[in-house]
Write a protein that binds this ligand. Structure first.
Ligand code: ATP
Ligand code: MG
Length: 417
């Protein structure tokens, strides 16, 4: 027997309605926020993520699925959606179109991680990216879209944690303050943090090692180092969010795991599920396009993990809409009636009705049992008598009540219920 690869998951037919609900909700949010879908390949040149996501991040250092293809190119399965979306924007010259360009995607992502609940090697994200606007209104809009999405799903008990990590200017002063703070403690920190000390001390704040966490908790806070422009931007984002009734907590510890972020960063964290409680994360990335070698253009986005949302919703008893089930099951008693049931089914389906009949050559009793198992709302048995009289008894499965209905009026009967 060949098993599923570690860290991946099947979606069973009995569970797919949950995925469809989340995806449909994502698309309905995209619709009211006027976001247009973009799709990028599952794999990209490795270089895109080295430059885009950043060489000091865990994603690039430890988690990428990178391989050489038969043509000797270094290829990487996308670990996230933003770098590919930015590449699409640049490569297709979308600078010259209407700006801001508001986009979304639903995509698989791949990260070589230690699998656990809510942490997989292949997972899926719903993400939003808005290109071209430096204005704080855009930050507030993106966050409001994320919050609308979570509300529409019925997800409860999430907290919005908000921070600003400033621009290149504020970062310079802040990095210096961080180095001064970490220097005397450096020998107590992990090897990764020690390499980050020179390259990107901000990344040290994102370290998950217990020892490092203890030390980083006393580090200087970025909010004390924001330049006047970044500080004003952050204030405006907060004002706009409050005006929309979006509640948030300012959390100076949030720096996010990817290097491209600037100014506003945020996470929606569940207070109900533990370690993997971050269901959605995002922020502004005003330098990414420039770092990819293109003209500078501000942008902002978020991504929400679909598996984590399902886990959270299942664990907190959020009801998913019921999966589709057949409106009617038509059982045939003999060969001519089975043919009639088959034909009637076809006619109902042509009218958009979920109708079923026997595909197993079963007895009428076994057919009714199957109809019950698959949750058919109504069932009717057709035999020689029914074929001759042109009338069937349609039974409502939940109550056992039945009504005599003319065969050529089954559609009219069902459509009213
Ligand atoms: P974490 O701190 O949990 O590792 P992250 O900062 O690496 O998260 P992002 O890169 O911001 O996560 O991805 C956005 C969202 O995608 C996360 O909030 C989460 O819901 C989901 N996600 C990230 N990594 C995984 C994974 N390995 N398995 C399942 N979902 C994931
Ligand atoms: Mg991660």
């Amino acid at each position: 027997m060949i098993n599923i690869p570690k860290g991946t998951k099947d979606v069973l037919p009995s569970q797919s309605h949950k995925w469809q609900f989340i995806e449909n909700t994502a698309r309905s949010v995209a619709k009211i926020f006027n976001l247009k879908e973009l799709r990028t390949p599952t794999f990209e040149h490795t270089e895109l993520f080295l430059r885009g996501v950043g060489e000091t991040t865990d994603v690039v250092n430890k988690e990428m699925y990178t391989f050489e293809d038969k043509g000797g190119r270094s290829i990487t399965l996308k670990p996230e959606g933003t770098a590919g979306a930015a590449r699409l924007f640049i490569e297709n010259g979308l600078y010259s179109g209407a700006l801001p360009l508001k986009t979304y995607y639903i995509t698989p992502c791949f990260r070589y991680e230690r699998p656990q609940a809510g942490r997989l090697r292949e997972f899926h994200q719903f993400g939003i990216e808005i290109f071209g606007s430096p204005a704080p209104e855009t930050d507030a809009e993106v966050i409001f879209a994320a919050s609308t999405f979570l509300n529409k799903l019925g997800v409860k008990n999430t907290e919005l944690r908000l921070n600003s990590i400033g621009c290149r200017d504020c970062r310079k002063a802040y990095n210096q303050a961080l180095r001064e703070y970490f220097k005397p403690n450096l020998d107590k920190m992990c090897a990764t943090c020690r390499t980050r000390f020179d390259k990107n001390p901000l990344r040290m704040l994102d370290c998950k090692e217990e020892n490092c966490k203890k030390i980083t908790s006393g580090a200087p806070k970025i909010l004390d180092y924001l330049c006047p422009d970044c500080a004003a931007h952050f204030e405006k984002v907060k004002t706009l969010l409050s005006a929309q009734g979006v509640r948030y907590t300012v959390d100076p510890e949030i720096v996010r795991g990817l290097d491209y972020y600037t100014k506003t960063v945020f996470e929606f964290v569940s207070t109900d599920i533990g370690a993997q409680g971050t269901v959605c994360g995002g922020g502004r990335y005003d330098n990414l396009l420039e770092e990819l070698g293109a003209a500078s253009l501000p942008a902002i986005g978020f991504a929400a993990g679909i598996e984590r949302l399902i886990l959270l919703m299942d664990n907190t008893g959020v009801q998913f809409p019921e999966p589709d089930r057949p409106k009617i099951y038509l059982a045939g008693m003999d060969e001519p009636s089975r043919e009639l049931a088959f034909k009637l089914c076809g006619g109902l389906r042509a009218h958009g009705i979920n109708a079923e009949c026997d595909l197993m050559g079963r007895s009428v009793k076994a057919q009714f049992k199957y109809a019950d198992k698959i949750g058919a709302r109504y069932a009717a048995a057709i035999g020689a008598n029914e074929a001759e009289s042109g009338v069937v008894n349609i039974k409502e499965m939940s109550t056992g009540e039945s009504s005599a209905v003319k065969i050529n009026e089954i559609y009219e009967y069902l459509i009213k219920r």
